[in-house]
Design a protein around this ligand. Structure first.
Ligand code: FE2
Length: 428
């Protein structure tokens, strides 16, 4: 049998070494230790880690790369970020939003990030960002899966036009229902917004992903309502609570009651360590709370938890580079979770787990799946997280879409080797 391409001698995320991956017609046709076959193209993986692509399950592509427009966020808070975005919104044009998004997608592909769930603000009667990102979704489809969430940034009930515009956005083809209950005026309004949004998702047969309890308020209760509504309406794994940072500050007794409800409901959780470690705790003096939800405790109960990036160079976060290994690395520190098992899990939390949350078809490293692959300059997932490894090759449907030279430093030290490969630094 002949393949279009064979990637030889790869290490897989599950630990299998010396594997050959045969690719035909854009799909993985075989994974075996030694493929005895011809191929149009052969890639020598040199024992490096071959992974399915990274997936970012929480992002804001309408705001990305807008840092400094019209000014910088001086307090560093979520609320100043929302106010700042509100100042920029009337000046957005479809062309400018699309241009920023397309530039970001180039960066994402270079980092092996080939699927993104992006929230898009619907609190603008012109729906400028919605139209721009629907267009971008079509344009990038050959190389990147973009899933859009109708996000009422200024509050589904608080903003007068949000309810109507959210339905308009869904009618135009936006995929997922969004919301922001902690930004509504009262806890009761927040709960009412969760109920209304879950009903829309159930009625339309869509997924729902709510920004939930993104505050340091120990009494914020919206993920409880989301879990209960998801159960009542049978949404299950189609529902996701994002951020959940108030859980960090909640009373332990309450959490012991909340987590089993979340587990029973079957909903997913998304933590965004880069952004929430910098946004949260801003009203504290010392000690200062960390802004990460209870990742380890949710995992222990079998709740699907994934890690998202949220922001790159926008009103909320001035850094970021479409690097999901940065996200995994930060989660290890912020949670903290330093066992070998937990670090290995962070790699899954930016690949396989978010792929399931998005419902991506044909994702994974198995015969029959799409030949969407990333070759990393690392020997295993832990090393990939540790080094935020170079993406040597990024492949979409069997075609190379990005290539980066291996990192190697030339040394000029007396009596020492002339070059240094960071991935060759195993302990010892
Ligand atoms: Fe967000």
């Amino acid at each position: 049998m002949a393949f279009d391409c064979i990637v030889r001698n790869a290490t897989l995320p599950d630990g299998r070494k010396g594997q050959d991956v045969g690719i035909s017609a854009g799909r993985i046709a075989a994974i075996e230790p030694k493929l005895d076959a011809e191929a149009g193209e052969t890639i020598d993986a040199r024992s490096c880690l071959l992974s399915p692509p990274f997936v970012d399950c929480h992002f804001h592509m309408d705001a990305t790369l807008s840092l400094g427009q019209p000014r910088l966020n001086l307090s560093g808070t979520l609320l100043e970020g929302i106010a700042l975005w509100g100042e920029l919104k009337p000046h957005l044009t479809r062309e400018a939003v699309a241009a920023r998004a397309l530039r970001y997608c180039d960066l994402a592909v270079s980092q092996g990030l080939l699927a993104i769930r992006s929230h898009v603000d619907v609190c603008d009667d012109r729906l400028t960002a919605v139209e721009a990102l629907l267009e971008v979704k079509k344009r990038v489809a050959p190389y990147l899966d973009l899933q859009l969430v109708a996000f009422p940034q200024d509050g589904y009930l608080r903003s007068p036009a949000a309810a109507r515009n959210l339905e308009r956005a869904l009618d135009l083809g936006v995929d997922v229902v969004g919301g922001i209950p902690h930004f509504e005026r009262t806890m009761a309004d927040g709960a009412a917004s969760v109920r209304a949004l879950c009903e829309i998702a159930a009625r339309r047969g869509l997924r729902i992903d709510l920004h939930c309890d993104e505050s340091d308020d120990p009494l914020s209760r919206h993920v409880e309502t989301l879990a209960a509504e998801a159960q009542r309406l049978g949404l299950g794994a189609r529902a996701t609570g994002s951020h959940l940072t108030s859980m960090h500050s909640m009373d332990n007794y309450y959490v012991s009651k909340l987590l089993p409800l979340i587990a029973e409901s079957g909903i997913n959780a998304i933590a965004n360590p880069l952004i929430n470690l910098t946004l949260q705790g801003r009203h504290d003096s010392y000690p200062r709370r960390r802004g990460l939800t209870r990742v380890a405790e949710m995992r222990a109960l079998g709740i699907p938890v994934a890690l998202g990036q949220d922001c790159v160079m926008d009103p909320w976060y001035g850094l970021g580079g479409a690097d999901m290994l940065d996200v995994a690395h930060m989660a290890v520190h912020g949670a903290p979770m330093t066992s070998r098992e937990a670090i290995r899990w962070t790699f899954e939390a930016v690949t396989e787990i978010p792929a399931r949350i998005l419902g991506l078809q044909g994702y994974g490293l198995r015969a029959g799946a799409n030949a969407d692959l990333v070759l990393l300059q690392a020997g295993d997932p832990i090393e990939a997280v540790r080094l935020r490894a170079t993406r040597l090759i990024v492949m979409r449907r069997g075609r190379i879409v990005a290539r980066t030279p291996a990192r190697e430093t030339a040394l000029a030290l007396p009596g020492r080797p002339p070059t240094l490969d960071p991935a060759a630094y195993a302990p010892g």
